[in-house]
Design a protein around this ligand. Structure first.
Ligand SMILES: NC(=O)c1ccc[n+]([C@@H]2O[C@H](COP(=O)([O-])OP(=O)(O)OC[C@H]3O[C@@H](n4cnc5c(N)ncnc54)[C@H](O)[C@@H]3O)[C@@H](O)[C@H]2O)c1
Ligand SMILES: [Zn+2]
Ligand SMILES: [Zn+2]
Length: 345
C-alpha cells in the first residue's frame, strides 16, 4: 500500500509500505476513505517532536471502512464505516475509566506519533472498540473528518475547560482550524460576544462568517487595548489560546477578567511567563491539556442534528495519491487561503 512517511526533519515521501495486519486481538484494520493534515503534522516535520521515529506513517485524523477485526473486537465488523479518533484508548484502565482517554495506559495520542497513522491506504487501530466510532447513516463525510481531532479539541480544551456560559464575552486568540473549532462549538452555549484575534485577514473574515461578533488583527489593531475598551475595562470572561506561542498566552493573561478563565489549547514548545503578581488577586482559572475525545459521541449528535457544521472549515480537496500537493498547500495556508484540506482515496 502507499503511505506518507516521515523521513527525519524536513523530509517526507509518499512511498510503498506493507499493509498493516492485526497484531493484537483488539486491533481493527481500517481502509482509509478520507484523511486530512493537522498543524501537528507540520510540527513533526519541522523536527519539533524528536520522539517520532523515522519511517513512521503520519496522520491522526480520518474516516474509513473496516477491513479486518481482531478476535476480541465486539463493536465492529468488516464493512462498517468508522470515524477514527486521534486518541487511542483501551476503555478499561484507571484513566480511561474517568474519561481521561488522552492518558490511557495503553494509548493516548499514538497514531501518526508513535505508531503508523492515517495518511495511508490502510491503518491499524489498537483498541478498536473504544478508539473508533460508528458513522451515522447519511452523515457528511467531510464534516466527520473534522471530528477526529480539531472539533473535540476546540470543544473540550477551549470551551469546556474555559467554562463558556450564556451571555459571556469570550476571546479566541488564533483563528486556525483549532481556533475555528472553538468558535463553532462555543456557540452551543450562546456567548454574548465572540472576539476573534489573528494576524491573517482572510481567516478573520472567515471567522465573521462562522459567528465571531468582533475581529482584531494582530499587527494592525491594539488587541489588548481594544478588548479592554470593549469590555469597559473589565476584560473577557474566557480567553482561549489557540496558537501555542508565548505572545498569545500573554495576551490571554492580560485580557482575562476577574473571575474569568484562561483556557490554553495551543501546544507550546517554549516556556511562558506567568504574571502571577497580577493574576493571584483575580480569582481566575487557568487550564490546559491534551484532547480526550470523550465528547466525540456528543459532537456526532450535534453534527447529525445540524447544530454545527464543521464542513465549513474545508477549503481544499485532494486525492490520496496527491497528498504531497496537499501538504504544499496546507504548509502555506496563509498564501493559499487554506484552512483544512480533505484528502480522499
Ligand atoms: N491541546 C490539544 O489537544 C491540541 C490538539 C490539536 C492541536 N493543538 C494545538 O492548537 C494550536 C492551533 O492549531 P491549528 O491547527 O489551528 O494551528 P494553525 O497554525 O493552523 O493556526 C494558528 C493560527 O494562529 C495565528 N497566529 C500565529 N501567531 C499569532 C499571534 N502572535 N497572534 C494571533 N494569532 C497568531 C495564525 O495566523 C493561525 O491562523 C496548535 O498549537 C496545535 O498544536 C492542541
Ligand atoms: Zn491534530
Ligand atoms: Zn486506557
Amino acid at each position: 500500500m502507499k503511505a506518507l512517511v516521515y523521513q527525519g526533519p524536513g523530509k517526507k515521501d509518499w512511498i510503498e509500505k506493507s499493509k498493516p495486519t492485526v497484531q493484537k486481538p483488539t486491533d481493527v484494520i481500517v481502509r482509509i476513505t478520507k484523511t486530512t493534515i493537522c498543524g501537528t503534522d507540520l510540527h513533526i516535520l519541522k523536527g519539533d517532536t524528536p520522539e517520532v521515529p523515522e519511517g513512521l506513517t503520519l496522520g491522526h485524523e480520518g474516516i474509513g471502512i473496516v477491513e479486518e477485526v481482531g478476535d476480541a473486537v465486539k463493536n465492529f465488523n468488516k464493512g462498517d464505516q468508522v470515524l477514527i479518533s486521534c486518541i487511542t484508548s483501551c476503555g478499561a484502565c484507571p484513566n480511561c475509566k474517568r474519561q481521561l482517554y488522552a492518558h490511557c495506559n495503553d494509548g493516548g495520542w499514538i497514531l501518526g506519533h508513535l505508531i503508523d497513522g492515517t495518511q495511508a491506504e490502510y491503518v491499524r487501530i489498537p483498541h478498536g472498540d473504544n478508539s473508533l466510532y460508528p458513522i451515522p447513516e447519511g452523515a457528511d463525510e467531510e464534516a466527520l473528518v473534522m471530528l477526529s481531532d480539531i472539533m473535540p479539541t476546540g470543544f473540550e480544551i477551549g470551551v469546556q475547560y474555559g467554562h463558556v456560559k450564556p451571555g459571556d464575552t469570550i476571546a479566541i486568540v488564533g483563528a486556525g482550524p483549532v481556533g475555528m473549532s472553538v468558535l463553532l462549538t462555543a456557540q452551543f452555549y450562546s456567548p454574548g460576544r465572540i472576539i476573534m484575534v489573528d494576524m491573517d485577514e482572510n481567516r478573520l473574515a472567515a471567522a465573521t462568517k462562522f459567528g465571531a461578533t468582533h475581529t482584531l488583527q494582530v499587527g494592525k489593531d491594539d488587541v489588548v487595548g481594544e478588548i479592554m475598551a470593549l469590555t469597559d475595562g473589565l476584560g473577557v470572561d474566557v480567553a482561549i489560546e489557540a496558537v501555542g506561542v508565548p505572545a498569545t498566552f500573554d495576551t490571554c493573561q492580560k485580557i482575562v477578567s476577574a473571575g474569568g478563565s484562561v483556557a490554553n489549547v495551543g501546544v507550546h514548545g517554549k516556556p511562558v511567563e506567568l504574571h502571577i503578581e497580577d493574576l493571584w488577586i483575580k480569582n481566575i482559572n487557568i487550564s490546559m491539556g491534551l484532547v480526550n475525545t470523550n465528547t466525540t459521541p456528543m459532537l456526532l449528535k450535534t453534527l447529525q442534528s445540524g447544530k454545527v457544521d464543521p464542513a465549513q472549515l474545508v477549503t481544499h480537496r485532494f486525492k490520496l495519491d496527491d497528498i504531497l500537493d496537499a501538504y504544499e498547500v496546507f504548509a502555506n495556508a496563509a498564501r493559499e487561503k487554506a484552512m483544512k484540506v480533505v484528502i480522499s482515496a
